[in-house]
Design a protein around this ligand. Structure first.
Ligand SMILES: [Zn+2]
Length: 102
């Protein structure tokens, strides 16, 4: 049995922690591909990135996401993940306005 974990995740882009509602989870699927996991509930090794394209780009370009997930992403994967990530941002309303505390 493990102790209860607080709902704090560390963003692999900028390396700081936030409440899990303010990050997007990426998950490594059994076949080694990386998917966006908007619910945060998918099985597999996960990594968290703030709901920020800047953090996303840092995580991708510095290959933090590949080391965190111990897999590889190619250019096609990056394009696909960026599109999915942007869709999550839109759904959460973080593109055009900010909710709550800044
Ligand atoms: Zn970040």
């Amino acid at each position: 049995m493990r102790p209860r974990k607080p709902a704090i995740r560390t963003c692999i882009g900028c390396g700081t922690s936030e409440d899990k509602r303010e990050v997007v989870r990426f998950v490594r699927m059994p076949d080694g591909t990386v998917e966006v996991d908007p619910t945060g509930k998918a099985n597999g090794r996960g990594a968290y990135v703030h709901t920020s394209l800047e953090c996303f780009e840092t995580a991708i370009r510095k290959r933090k996401i590949t080391s965190a997930l111990r897999t590889h992403v190619n250019e096609d994967d990056i394009g696909r993940l960026r599109a999915e990530f942007e869709r999550v941002l839109e759904q959460r309303g973080t593109f055009d306005h900010e909710d709550g505390d800044a």
